[in-house]
Design a protein around this ligand. Structure first.
Ligand code: LLP
Length: 423
């Protein structure tokens, strides 16, 4: 189990050796604070658990694409799973190795395919017959051969939130089992394509191994059928989706996951790959925010903070639960007005869905700092400028040191690309 890098010392919450109160003082709020030691520990734990089983772990950039984070993972040997030309450019800017990039996603544009072919990526995870044809034509035009893996939809229930479940027949992702074999035949016949692999991704925030085993077994059946048909693959990619612990969810043991893969793919010579995002970064970040106003009421008590759904959208979008803790612990007896109440932690945005947490028992005063935990994944990356709110800054703590890894957005930059009509 990972050490906790977000501990409380003498009543104040720290990230490694820095008090969050100091960080708020120096950089203001809202602010994303990451622990380098936490990130490194998880990354090492992941690679160690998969060592000897999974040949290449491609971090899903969409979970957190900050250059500093991508760079640290690249230095550890991670490959990258990207879903856009923007993510390709980000990975390259961060020093990622193009030969370790796979390109997923249902809607790759020709321009994105061109950029990826020029960069020389590891493979395209193709999701439809039309995409396969467009990729073949694009590669022909550039005089290149595109490495191709087909994303198969194994039709298993990952038992997660419907918005982040992707492996069911009714989802838009991948090619059905029935169609996949024919598509492989089509692909091997095209000279501008080189068939290299097969992949799946059944969903996100998955907490049980069973759906993975079921899907991997189905995938293997197809691999065998392809082999019998003379189509040999170089790699098998089992996707991402390993859940994080936000509250009390069970998480999949990495050792057990690797063991399952060894069992299912025993005797196979293909390289195994995977595409985890959340599990690699979720625990490494917190969102630091300050209480602006307390608004106790008859039916609900609201703590209005300076972070909003624009900074952390997961609660508004999925009803997601993130832990919230007071940075400075107050005892209910310190001051007569201090008493524990059940607070809804809400932002300043004009939407009723603008909440970060609901019904949390806390002792709060106006001006207090709160830390919203497990905010390293799908948090800053999903932020927006709604209500003309500049994005929060991001800092990386390393022991007692702290570095800004993304400056707080300046308000005037928000309309830099807009023009007033001359008449
Ligand atoms: N590979 C593919 C093709 C994916 O679509 C995804 C995530 C991943 C890998 C990485 O999955 P992970 O290991 O991070 O679960 N915004 C949502 C999560 C959306 C995930 C989309 N796809 C959330 O905040 O929960």
């Amino acid at each position: 189990m990972m050490t906790n890098f977000f501990q409380e010392r003498n009543g104040t919450r720290y990230v490694e050796d820095l008090a969050l109160t100091d960080i708020a003082e120096r950089f203001g709020t809202p602010c994303y604070v990451y622990s380098r030691a936490a990130l490194t520990a998880t990354a090492d734990e992941f690679l160690a658990a998969m060592d000897g089983t999974v040949d290449l772990v491609c971090y899903a950039v969409k979970a957190n694409g900050n250059l500093a984070i991508l760079n640290l993972l690249a230095r550890k040997g991670f490959g990258f799973d990207i879903v856009s030309g923007g993510e390709l450019a980000r990975v390259l800017a961060a020093g990622g190795d193009p030969a370790k990039i796979m390109f997923s996603g249902v809607g790759k544009t020709v321009a994105e395919m061109e950029a990826a072919l020029q960069a020389g990526i590891l493979c395209f995870n193709v999701e439809s017959a039309s995409e396969l044809n467009v990729l073949a034509a694009t590669a022909t035009r550039l005089g290149k051969v595109a490495p191709v893996s087909i994303r198969v939809n194994p039709d298993v229930d990952a038992k997660t939130h419907p918005y982040i479940s992707t492996g069911l027949k009714e989802n838009k992702f991948g090619v059905s089992f029935d169609e996949a074999h024919a598509l492989y035949r089509q692909a091997v016949a095209l000279p501008s394509l080189r068939v290299t692999g097969i992949d799946m991704h059944i969903g996100s925030q998955i907490t049980e191994i069973a759906p993975y085993r079921e899907a991997a077994e189905k995938l293997l059946q197809l691999v065998r059928a392809l082999e019998a048909d003379g189509i040999a693959l170089e790699h098998i990619d089992v996707g991402g989706g390993l859940g994080a612990r936000y509250r009390d969810e069970q998480t999949i043991s990495l050792a057990a996951f690797a063991q399952m893969l060894r069992e299912v793919f025993a005797g196979r010579s293909e390289r195994l790959m995977m595409e985890p995002g959340r599990r690699v970064v979720a625990d490494a970040g917190v969102l630091l925010t300050r209480v602006l106003y307390l608004k106790p009421g008859e039916t609900k008590n609201f703590a209005i903070v300076d972070a909003a759904m624009t900074d952390l959208m997961r609660p508004a979008l999925y009803g997601a639960w993130h832990p919230v803790s007071a940075v400075t612990k107050r005892s209910a007896t310190e001051k007569s007005s201090d008493s524990e109440k059940s607070w809804d932690i809400v932002g300043p945005v004009c939407e009723s869905s603008d909440f970060l947490a609901q019904a949390r028992p806390l002792v709060l005063r106006e001006g207090d700092l709160l830390a919203v935990g497990v905010a390293g994944a799908y948090s800053m990356v999903m932020s927006s400028n709604y209500n003309a709110r500049p994005r929060a800054c991001e800092v990386m703590v390393d022991g007692k040191e702290v570095t800004v890894i993304r400056a707080r957005e300046e308000i005037k930059k928000l309309w830099e690309m807009e023009r007033i009509l001359s008449k």
